[in-house]
Design a protein around this ligand. Sequence first.
Ligand SMILES: [Zn+2]
Length: 317
Amino acid sequence: MRFMDGHCDVLWKIWKDPEKYLFHAEDSALDVTVQRLKEGNVGLETFAIFVPSQVPKAQKLDVALKQIDYFYEKVLTAPGMQLVRSAEDLENSSASTCLALLSLEGADALNGEIAYLRLFHRLGVRQVGLTWNQANEVADGIGEERGGGLTSFGFQFIQEMERLQMILDVSHLSVRGFWDVIEYHSLPVVASHSNCKSICSHKRNLENDQILALISKKGLMGITFVPSFLHEMENKARIGDVIHHIEHVCELGGEDILYFGSDFDGFTMKVPELEHIGHVNHLLKELEKHYPSSLIRKWFWGNGYSFYKEHLATKNR
Ligand SMILES: [Zn+2]
């Protein structure tokens, strides 16, 4: 069964140490490699450009551009990898390829310049998470105590995203920012790597009303494999906890918005048996004990496929 992953941090790791983190290597220090994507039958992986908050402002754009260069030079050059920028790219892909979607995690890399958003779009970026945990020119992240929403510039920014037909990722965004985005009706919205707060109280997880809003907006919610997002005691998180979160979203009526956002290469302590992207096979086995394959196919591939087919622009431009 083909699998779609809504988030990984491979580019950030390669940028940190290009000698150590090899996407092509058989025995790599990365959780996501070309071999492991094959092993997991991954048909689409989302590669986040992530600039850590400690990078000085003047260097953020430079770091983001270097990660885009690594994406083209080290990820897309691997056998079977193919860039996805449009609905056609998605529809025309064969079952043996792994599509690579480029997303930006945190608009601070763009230095408050809408021109840079347009240039990133030209470089292949099709999805933007407005913030990481801190505030930036566009909005407050979930880690800001004051909990502000979008700035006036932020509204201009998402208007341009809409014109470019980009997809907005609300994972990491403040609660107020989330609602600002939801009320801005026309943008397609994903929460690429967030779980349910009523099961695990991590600040990055979503409240029931947020999940319901994603359902009524026909967005996507990527269940993530980060132990502290799955279980209150992260060392106790197991594959079964992934199912608890899925079950909860289904109880709220969300079987059509579920997919997965592993966050691999963005965290260290792993759920046993779910330690790298090749292990989604283990998740499949576990899900098969509880759900019919028609439902699992939707969560592994169908829901994400329909969403991106509808919302990516119809032509590469
Ligand atoms: Zn993240």
